[in-house]
Ligand binder design. Sequence first.
Ligand SMILES: C[S@@+](CC[C@H](N)C(=O)[O-])C[C@H]1O[C@@H](n2cnc3c(N)ncnc32)[C@H](O)[C@@H]1O
Length: 271
Amino acid sequence: MYQRQPELPVDWGSIASLYDIEHPACRGDEARFWHDRATEARTTVDGPILELASGSGRVCLALARKGHHVTGLELSSIMVDRATARSSRLSPSVRDRTTWVVGDMTDFTVGDGTFSVVFVAFNSFWLLDDAGQDECLAMMRRHLAPGGRIIIDVFPPTVQDYTDEDSISQFLGRKWHGRSVLRVKDYRYLIEPNAAISAVRYYSTDRDPRSPASMIGQFTYTLHPESPERVEARLCRAGFTVIETFGEYRGEPISPDSARAIFIATVTQPD
Ligand SMILES: C[S@@+](CC[C@H](N)C(=O)[O-])C[C@H]1O[C@@H](n2cnc3c(N)ncnc32)[C@H](O)[C@@H]1O
């Protein structure tokens, strides 16, 4: 059976600069989606916004640029340092709307329960196992202002996500120190305990077969994806009512072909 390769780092900070090349900024439909959802929520409760697993600040910075006060909570201190450095390069008014915190999204205390929105973007909820997902929802609930909303943004798994594959290769869209970057992934899915393990290596190359590629980063991460129906049931068990779902950042509903499964929920009110 496939074993996770113990030699590979698990801290996303170990590939932070490559992550930022691969996912440079939150723009277009994705940025509009988060701004619109934050604006909508703040018409009911005008509190700050909390992103869990905020990485190097991609989504938080897009929201801060649009005038929202955001806190990003992130496990990797290297990612938090990057987010801090990125915001320090922005205008003082945007920078002053951002707060960065090192923390674990399954167990944290931040602020005083006044967040209008608490969200997990871009599949990071799948980084948590079954128990971790429940713990995270309890934390989200605890940090929400009365009337506030949580948002979980994940991909709905397809057949491909349950299929092992080696050497899935892709060039990144941006260069690293003037050279192309090739990302190579070995992927394994384990039914028990619903774990999708990716071992990723990055190579810098000038795409000339005569000159060697050199490895510039490697790490491994594990996802625990579930169907949209199971996410909704989990939210229900955690004391939330789903008020809206989306299958794309543009706003379409969830369908069998959706790229995203996005859930907006409020704390269930007693009858
Ligand atoms: C795919 S990146 C997403 C970053 C960011 N949300 C974005 O959209 O670019 C996942 C991030 O989740 C962080 N992470 C993993 N487990 C975490 C946990 N238990 N608590 C907080 N952050 C976590 C990783 O360190 C990594 O930076």
